[in-house]
Design a protein around this ligand. Structure first.
Ligand SMILES: Cc1ncc(COP(=O)(O)O)c(C=O)c1O
Length: 381
């Protein structure tokens, strides 16, 4: 049995360890032994020791230091329910829109899940692409909505003509992920604008912009611009990617106030946002340096993988995102198991009807290198 007697030396040591995470000054009320014991509890994060996790499009840097410090302040307010009005205000001013056009929530997943409830529950149909992020179409199916999934074209871009042909009088929503997950392809802005302009006003185009930060230009060639120009567009964004807050859960929706009002009726209304991420989100918005550092890592990672795949003779889909797809010479569901046995985790293309592709997230250079080395062994290259 573990010796629970805490000597002064051990106690100070354990305080030092926990101080890396918790600002003890904020917890002066807490009994010291509680802090010491809490820091000793081993946490299983769900992966083997040393795992190379390139399977979930996470940012390996994690949150910036200033965001972590802000979140510590939020932890000390953990006993209070969140009133995230400041976040809505700052996001609105960040994007140059009014506060009634923004709704923050528990990751952008909150909006992918509630949008079908808000707009498809009375027999409305959804049109989307086949090889894309599945949360929204899955949720739509769960509530009994008809979902028409149109394959991407041969270059992995939206087939806008076929998407248009799939519309019926019952279609209430079109869901597009741009840049797209899993393919990493970014569709041309003008083509999307023309597509939106050609639709009846009764159809909402939901553009999932989880990877909007990776759009190269700053000329507003995104869904937000379409909203500002009056198109019937709903955009979701997230703090999970460039801000490194995937595990903290913060995202938001942007749309005309009438759409936001409908969404609000089905959402968590601030209760899905915890105090720590509320404070961290505010800090992240000011942390452009951290964003740039991550984008550099991503671009260098993509270049590295392109180069490696070229020399291995593997085909890949050039990407505008922190992940890319590569075609391999075996079923990807087999390949991911073999890679996992080498402690390298990537996603199988089967999940998007692309059975010979792997989706790989950009990690640190040494992680990318380890992934290539494991892949060479698995594929006998
Ligand atoms: C396209 C897309 N949308 C939404 C999400 C979910 O993001 P969040 O963490 O904000 O719920 C992801 C996560 O990988 C994604 O790739």
């Amino acid at each position: 049995m573990a010796n629970l007697k805490i000597s002064r030396r051990n106690f100070i040591g354990s305080i030092a360890a926990s101080a890396a995470v918790l600002p003890l000054s904020s917890y002066s009320w807490a009994h010291p032994s509680k802090i010491a014991l809490a820091s000793e509890k081993k946490i299983d994060w769900g992966y083997p020791e040393g795992a190379i996790r390139l399977n979930a499009n996470e940012n390996p840097y994690g949150p910036s230091l200033s965001t972590i410090k802000a979140m510590e302040k939020g932890l000390a307010e953990g006993h209070r329910y969140t009133r995230a009005t400041q976040l809505t205000k700052e996001l609105a001013s960040y994007h140059g829109i009014s506060t009634d056009m923004i709704l923050a929530g528990c990751g952008s997943t909150e909006f992918l899940r509630i949008a079908p409830w808000a707009f498809l529950r009375d027999g409305g149909e959804l049109v989307t692409t086949l090889q894309t992020f599945k949360t929204l179409p899955r949720e739509a199916k769960k509530i009994g909505a008809k979902v028409n999934e149109i394959p991407l074209d041969k270059n992995f871009y939206f087939d806008l003509q076929s998407l248009k042909k799939a519309l019926t009088p019952k279609t209430k929503m079109v869901y597009l992920v741009n840049p797209n997950n899993p393919t990493g392809t970014r569709h041309d802005f003008e083509a999307i604008r023309n597509f939106c302009a050609s639709l009846p006003k009764s159809i909402i185009v939901f553009i999932d912009e989880a990877y909007s930060h990776f759009l190269e230009d700053k000329q507003g060639r995104d869904g937000l611009t379409l909203i500002k120009k009056g198109y019937n567009v709903l955009v979701s964004r997230t703090f999970s990617k460039v801000y490194g807050l995937a595990g903290m859960r913060l995202g938001y929706a942007i749309a005309d106030p009438s759409i936001i009002k409908e969404l609000r009726a089905f959402g968590f209304r601030n209760l899905g946002i915890n105090q720590a991420v509320f404070a961290g989100g505010l800090a992240s918005l000011e942390d452009e340096k951290h964003v740039q550092k991550y984008k550099k890592l991503v671009n260098e990672g993509l270049e590295y993988f392109y180069h490696q795949f070229d020399s291995m003779g593997l085909k890949y889909i050039p990407s505008t995102t922190p992940f890319l797809m590569v075609k391999v010479n075996m079923a990807s569901k087999v390949a991911i198991k073999k890679l996992a046995s080498k402690n390298v985790f990537v996603r199988k293309g089967e999940d998007w009807q692309m059975p010979s592709y792997l989706r790989i997230t950009m990690g640190f250079p040494e992680e990318n290198k380890a992934c290539i080395s494991a892949l060479k062994k698995v594929l006998n290259l």
